[in-house]
Write a protein of this length. Sequence first.
Length: 152
Amino acid sequence: MTLVTLTWALSLILNSREVLGMAQDELDTQVGKHWQVDEIDIKNLVYFPAAPLSAPRQAMEDCTVADLHSPAGTCLLVNLWKLHRDPNIWSNPLEFQPERFLKEGASLDVRGKDFEYVPFGSGRRICPGISLALQVLHLTLVRLLHGFEMGI
């Protein structure tokens, strides 16, 4: 899934010249034009979120949420696509606005503590590759944006 996430991130960025320019300007400002980006630079750079994933859960006991009853044993799935695009949580949720994670979503924890944004799931079944995915996605995307002039 890391490759799929990287592909979508590049596609979205390349289809938005403004976002591409902002990302490259941020890299030039924080890292410099002639510096090779590596792990020590992560703390200075814009964070790109991973793709939304969900794992099925099983109701351990009867449960009622918002007038919907689920008996024990029911397979439950959280619609993360809908959750991550909820207009009650996010302004203009269908627009590609990576800067939202520097403003309204700046304090969100992608490791499953904040249920407004859970791209890796949460709890016992959180994605086991979360740490690797965050490092690989971030460094790969940053190195591509910093090292190459790209466009469609």
